[in-house]
Design a protein around this ligand. Structure first.
Ligand SMILES: Nc1ncnc2c1ncn2[C@@H]1O[C@H](COP(=O)(O)OP(=O)(O)OP(=O)(O)O)[C@@H](O)[C@H]1O
Length: 283
């Protein structure tokens, strides 16, 4: 299968000699794939993302993104990448929200009317149209995250890299972001790599999940397999979402439940079992 991201025997060494050896299962991303990288604090997620965008130099091993070494040739692939890193406020450089989001389009010399059309459509998708005159510096954390995301998707990247995209968002904004990422993925075939500790949001979004522990990829698969593998999640110090844990436990007891992070779906699959038992008890 064609891949757009590959790493091989990657070892990173920070100046203080903290060393992360990425290993275990192969890590790769195919065009149009939505990949969630899950791991506890310090497991190496941000380090890996920084290698993919050419911010770090491998101690040994290699990284390929769209077939090139991002550390050496980022200019060749920069237009294919959109990213929001862990401190989105550091990415917001325009004097106003509107300028910030439009920045890459002006740089790419888009005609003015196309720029206005595109920026307005992205702002509407993220429900941030009301912020257009605001100074990015004075936005709330969640608003900054959305503005940085708008700046990342405005050029229709082929790979969107998101470090903890849900961390500052309230529940309504999280669901809206999931919806939007799904839309971008389906409409434009944009591949997405995101990191998260919050597993409850992923079942509806990710095509593939990697579980990382201290640089080692210890699990990989479809979310419905990986996120129901409770021992694997616990081994990686990840908190299994309560509903998925319940589904996994009841499935082991032979109860036929769907893989879902929606309580209503699990509840309606459970109801027939409950009414069957109630009939037995009342006899
Ligand atoms: N600049 C640095 N200098 C030295 N060590 C670092 C540096 N940045 C990260 N590390 C160390 O590298 C390891 C991996 O860090 P990384 O930030 O990649 O983890 P993470 O999985 O993204 O964690 P989190 O979920 O907390 O963001 C940690 O042990 C961290 O202390």
């Amino acid at each position: 299968m064609k891949t757009i991201v590959e790493i091989e025997s990657l070892v990173h060494r920070y100046p203080d000699h903290t060393t992360i050896e990425f290993g275990g299962l192969d890590f790769n991303i195919a065009p149009g794939e939505v990949v969630a990288l899950l791991g506890s604090n310090g497991s190496g997620k941000s380090t890996l993302l920084n290698h993919l965008i050419g911010q770090l130099t491998p101690h040994t091993g290699s990284v390929k993104v769209f077939g090139v070494n991002p550390r050496k040739e980022i200019k060749k692939i920069r237009h294919l990448l959109g990213m929001v890193l862990q401190s989105p406020e550091e990415q917001l450089l325009g004097p106003t929200v509107w300028d910030d989001i439009a920045f890459a389009l002006y740089n790419a010399k888009w005609p003015e009317e196309k720029i206005v059309e595109r920026v307005e459509s992205v702002m509407a998708d993220l429900s941030i149209g009301h912020l257009h005159e605001k100074l990015p510096h004075y936005l709330s954390g969640g608003e900054q995250q959305k503005v940085a995301l708008a700046g990342a998707i405005v050029m229709n990247p082929q790979l969107l890299i998101l470090d903890e995209p849900f961390s500052r968002l309230d529940i309504k904004s999280k669901s809206a972001l999931i919806e939007m990422l799904r839309k971008i993925n389906q409409k434009y075939g944009t591949a997405i790599l995101l990191t998260s500790h919050d597993l409850s949001m992923l079942p509806e979004l990710a095509h593939k999940v990697y579980i990382i522990k201290k640089g080692r990829f210890i699990g990989q698969g479809k979310p419905e397999e990986t996120l129901l593998n409770i021992p694997l999640l616990l081994e990686a110090d990840l908190e299994p979402p309560a509903l998925l844990e319940l589904v996994a436990l009841l499935r082991k007891q032979g109860v036929d439940l769907p893989y879902s992070s929606k309580a209503e779906e699990v509840a309606s699959a459970l109801l027939p079992y409950l009414s069957y038992n109630r009939r037995i008890i009342s006899r």
